[in-house]
Design a protein around this ligand. Structure first.
Ligand code: F6R
Length: 242
C-alpha cells in the first residue's frame, strides 16, 4: 500500500488525476472503474482541464461505475448516471457507448447483477479503479458486514450512508434505501486501485481502515492486501493516522 500525503483537497485531486492521466496516456483503451460522491469531483475537474488543453484523449477509454441507486432512472438528478454526465462525461470526448453503470430501474435484481457482472467480465476486468471512502468504511456500496462480498449485488444502504447522502436529497425520506454495487472481489481484482479521501471528518475511518486490522466490518480495510493500492489523502484525513 502506497500513501500519497496531499496538502489539501486541490492537491489531492491533482495527485489522483496525475495517476489517472498516466494510465490513459500509456494505455488509451484502459478500463477505468469510476466512483461518484463529492470527493472525486476535483479529480474529474482536473482531468477535464487537461483534456481541454489537449493533453488527454478519452476516445478509446471504457468505464464501469461502481454503483447506482435502485429506483432512480438515468435522468433523475440524484442518479449516479446523471452525476457522471454532469461532472465528467459531458466534458470529455468519451464515447457514451463505452460507459457502463448499473441500471437502477431494472427491478429484477438477479438479471441486473448478472448483466453487470457480464459487462465487467466482457471488458476483461478493471485496469484502474478510483474509489472514495464512506464514513463507515464502505467502498462502492459495500457496507460493513460479516463477510466480504464478491460480484455485483443489491444492498440495503446502512443508516450511516443514508444520513451521509441525505445532503443531496430534499429530505432523508427521499434517499433510496437500496443500491446495486460492484462487489469487493471485483474491486480487489482491479489491476490498480486509487482511493481519494479528504477532510478531518474522515480521519478516524482512515485510521481504522488502513492502520487497523483487515475486517469486513470496515470493508475498505481489505485494500491493505491489494497488490497495487494507492491512498491519496490530504493532511486532514491523515491527521489521526500518523
Ligand atoms: C460512490 C461510492 C461511495 C462514495 C463514498 C464517499 O460511487 O461508491 O462509496 O465513494 O460514500 O463519498 P464522498 O466522497 O461523498 O464522501
Amino acid at each position: 500500500m502506497e500513501i500519497i500525503r496531499a496538502r489539501d483537497y486541490d492537491h489531492m485531486s491533482r495527485q489522483a488525476a496525475n495517476i489517472l492521466s498516466a494510465q490513459v496516456i500509456l494505455h488509451p483503451d484502459s478500463v477505468l472503474g469510476l466512483a461518484t460522491g463529492s470527493t472525486p469531483i476535483g479529480t474529474y475537474r482536473q482531468l477535464i482541464k487537461w483534456y481541454e488543453k489537449g493533453d488527454l484523449d478519452f476516445r478509446r477509454v471504457r468505464t464501469v461505475n461502481l454503483d447506482e441507486y435502485v429506483g432512480l432512472g438515468a435522468e433523475h438528478e440524484q442518479s449516479y448516471a446523471h452525476f457522471m454526465r454532469v461532472n465528467f462525461f459531458d466534458h470529455i470526448n468519451i464515447d457514451v457507448k463505452n460507459t457502463n453503470i448499473p441500471n437502477g430501474m431494472n427491478m429484477d435484481e438477479e438479471e441486473e447483477c448478472a448483466r453487470y457482472n457480464g459487462v465487467i467480465r466482457g471488458l476483461g476486468g478493471v485496469d484502474l479503479q478510483l474509489l472514495g471512502l464512506g464514513p463507515n468504511g464502505h467502498i462502492g456500496f459495500n457496507e460493513p458486514a460479516d463477510s466480504f462480498t464478491k460480484g455485483t449485488h443489491k444492498v440495503a444502504l446502512a443508516e450511516a450512508t443514508i444520513r451521509a447522502n441525505k445532503r443531496f436529497f430534499e429530505s432523508e425520506a427521499d434517499v433510496p434505501r437500496f443500491a446495486y454495487t460492484m462487489g469487493i472481489l471485483d474491486i480487489m481484482q482491479a489491476e490498480r486501485v486509487v482511493m481519494v479521501v479528504s477532510g478531518e471528518a474522515k480521519a478516524e475511518i482512515v485510521k481504522e481502515a488502513f492502520f487497523g486490522p483487515v475486517t469486513p466490518r470496515v470493508p475498505a480495510s481489505i485494500l491493505q492486501l491489494h497488490k497495487n493500492f494507492t491512498l491519496v489523502a490530504d493532511e486532514a484525513a491523515l491527521s489521526k493516522s500518523y
